[in-house]
Design a protein around this ligand. Structure first.
Ligand code: ZN
Length: 320
């Protein structure tokens, strides 16, 4: 059986933010997605069955409170959402675990650290999920130092999930087919992770564990080139190690939304088999397809067991 880490849900107090950010899909698909996200019972459990998922780590489908302009409102709603999610997790602890939802507004960075700690210690969550930048501020900004310090001390992972660009890159203008999951989010999220490397966040907090979905948002393909070109460019901020060292040490990736052997092989080869974990991206991806993919992938069974569940169990200290 599998453990899955990018499995989304929604709670009533945050559904408005999701409605406004949802990718353009048919009205029928939109309705079905919203209903699946709001369900914590039979619909979700049946999909988990189809995906061979024994335990789903649930997260609020973004952007959530990160899209809220008022930090005080964002802090309040994040707490409310975490309490609601915790209630659902506690109702079915054998099937669900939770990632904290956090207000990352600049004025709330200290509050985010507090809410993370409350979520882990009091609610039993196993980490947090953040949906890209918050009002144009990325996580390499110095104001997040207290947050990273707390995250490292708590020794829980941060799932860095895609979110919309702050401003639409010029290259995407006039090509709506490439917006959001097709391309926009990939560039946005992989670059966000690279900002953490080049700002020295992993030199200051070497035990941070960041999870990227979608087989690492293309980063496993890029290690050699990143090292080569970072050494070529003059005047960059000094790093203790070449970029690839941080990718191998601080990055974990999931198979969410990437049911394909080529990126799986790239991730396993580049990062090692301890850093790749199964996920689906429910309900945006098909659970049965994800299951077939991992069960039939051309990897040894010892590696499959690590990817399917053992790595997640170790990373989040989950019981067998
Ligand atoms: Zn997702």
């Amino acid at each position: 059986m599998n453990i899955a880490l990018e499995e989304h849900c929604i709670v009533p107090c945050l559904s408005g933010y999701l409605e406004r950010a949802m990718p353009k899909v048919s009205p029928g698909a939109h309705k079905q997605l919203m209903a699946a996200l709001a369900d914590f019972g039979d619909v979700r459990l049946a999909a988990m069955d189809a995906g061979g998922v024994a335990l789903a780590v649930l997260s609020i489908s973004g952007p959530g409170v990160q899209a809220e302009p008022d930090p005080a409102v964002a802090i309040k709603l994040a707490r409310e959402a975490n309490d609601l999610l915790a209630t659902e997790v506690q109702r079915r602890p054998e099937s669900y675990a939770g990632f904290a939802h956090l207000a990352m507004q600049d004025a709330a960075a200290a509050a985010a650290a507090e809410e993370l700690e409350r979520s882990v210690h009091d609610l039993g969550f196993v980490g947090a999920m953040v949906n890209g930048h918050t009002n144009g501020i990325y996580l390499d900004d110095p104001r997040y130092a207290p947050f990273w310090e707390r995250m490292q001390a708590l020794d829980v992972p941060l799932y860095l999930h895609p979110g919309d660009s702050y401003e639409l890159p010029y290259v995407l203008k006039g090509c709506d087919e490439l917006l959001k999951p097709t391309r926009e989010w990939t560039t946005e999220t992989s670059t966000h992770f690279l900002r953490l490397i080049f700002a020295g966040v992993f030199d200051r907090y070497p035990r941070l564990k960041i999870i990227l979905g979608h087989m690492g948002e293309t980063l496993p393909f890029m290690l050699w080139r990143l090292d080569s070109r970072a050494a070529f460019i003059y005047g960059g901020r000094p790093l203790k190690e070449p970029p690839s060292a941080y990718l191998k040490r601080n990055l974990y990736v999931t198979t969410s939304g990437q049911c394909s052997n080529v990126p799986l092989m790239a991730a396993l080869t580049a990062l090692g088999d301890a850093h790749v974990m199964f996920s689906i991206d429910y309900p945006y991806e098909n659970s049965a397809v994800a299951r077939r993919f991992i069960e039939s992938a051309a990897i040894r069974d010892t590696v499959r067991a690590k990817v399917s569940r053992l790595n997640a169990m170790r990373l989040m200290r989950l019981a067998a």
